[in-house]
Design a protein around this ligand. Structure first.
Ligand code: TYM
Length: 343
């Protein structure tokens, strides 16, 4: 360990999370991520939220669409309650320290670790030889996103759990190899009823922007009629709702709709079932769609309003990036000292 390097055994609580600007935001992103980001901010924890444009380009993105999607995502954050005056909100490529730390982590992470990542296997599919090197190295950049701020907590949906575990492995190996206690063991925060929102057409598949069927998801930009129509057509079974969560075990589609209801209403699944147990879906679905419209319509209206002022969005992101750099730059400098880079 070089002289002057500070080790930090105790880390101040700090939340970081990111979303890719690679297409329409859906209900899974809102309930699994955005809504919980606003909740974390409102609890008063320092919160840093990022539009990860460098992750998005690990698969092809049309440049003009990427710019548009980044601004739309920023609008989605703000409309969901992330306040740029209280949280740091920016896009990844404006803070070069992410990519700089990612290079160091590329040299810490092992090929075998990366090969086990299920998201890579899913996204690369059968044609892994033709996937970009960036897609393979993606989790090292994600670890850098988190650790460049010494973030202690990362709210995410369940699908990101493996990546956070890898982040911990990278931090532990770095600390071990260099004999320091420099990077924290970040905790994934995967809480609440909607950490894995499923497709409305198939309860065994997660709701995803890459699903070819638009009816499988509720987009944040869907209007009230579209939302109601998709919920009406959502796959269910013929049984009434049970009165206890146990009764949802073998009923993935029913469980999904109850989870969505609970998360939108800020209730537990037990509370939803206590209130609605015994009801048929013909009665429960209209209630769910009224609730979804009541919660989502103001967000999509606000997103549309914000999108009429792209210059303001850009200014917010530039300001957020400057704030983020103030935290990231000293952590990168200390990392360079630890690694033995002359500066
Ligand atoms: P991304 O952009 O695919 O998704 C953004 C967030 O939405 C959550 N999510 C869901 N939650 C519940 N149900 C669903 N059906 C659903 N679909 C998506 C995701 O879990 C995520 O929290 N690798 C990340 C982005 C990232 C990141 C980071 C996250 C890059 N660097 C650092 C946290 C910290 C991703 O691709 O998320």
């Amino acid at each position: 360990m070089s002289e002057g390097v500070q080790t930090s055994p105790a880390f101040t609580p700090r939340v970081f999370s990111g979303i890719q600007p690679s297409g329409d935001l859906h209900l899974g992103n809102y309930l699994g991520a955005l809504k919980r980001f606003a909740d974390a901010q409102n609890k008063g924890v320092q919160s840093i939220y990022c539009m990860v444009d460098q992750h998005a380009i690990t698969v092809w993105q049309d440049p003009e669409k990427l710019r548009q999607a980044t601004r739309e995502l920023a609008a989605g954050f703000i409309a969901s309650g992330v306040d740029p005056k209280r949280s740091i909100l920016f896009n990844q490529s404006q803070v070069a320290e992410h990519a700089q730390l990612a290079w160091i982590f590329n040299c810490v992470a092992r090929m075998g670790w990366m090969k086990r990542m299920t998201q890579f296997k899913d996204k690369a599919g059968k044609n892994a030889e033709n996937a970009s090197l960036g897609l393979f190295g993606y989790p090292a950049l994600m670890a850098a996103d988190i650790l460049i701020y010494h973030a202690t907590h990362v709210p995410v949906g369940e699908d990101q759990k493996q990546h956070i575990e890898l982040t911990r492995d990278i931090a532990a190996k770095f600390n071990h190899d260099y004999g320091v206690d420099f990077f924290p063991m970040t905790e994934p925060v995967i809480e609440g009823a909607a950490t894995r929102v499923m497709s409305l057409r198939d309860g065994s598949k997660k709701m995803s922007k890459s699903d070819p069927s638009d009816a499988s998801r509720i987009n944040m930009t869907d209007d009230a009629d579209t939302i109601a129509g998709k919920i009406r057509k959502a796959k269910t079974d013929a049984e009434a709702l049970p009165s206890e969560a146990e009764g949802l075990k073998e009923r993935p589609e029913a469980r999904n709709l109850v989870n969505i209801y609970a998360a939108l209403a800020d209730m537990t699944v037990a509370e939803v079932l206590a209130e609605n147990g015994g009801q048929q879906f013909s009665a429960f679905k209209p209630k769910l769609s009224d609730l979804a419209v009541a919660k989502l319509a103001p967000i999509s209206t606000e997103m549309a309003r914000l999108m009429t002022q792209p210059d303001e969005i850009d200014a917010i992101l530039r300001h957020g990036a400057a704030q983020a750099r103030e935290i990231a730059a000293p952590i990168l400098a200390r990392t360079y000292d630890i690694v033995g880079m002359v500066r």
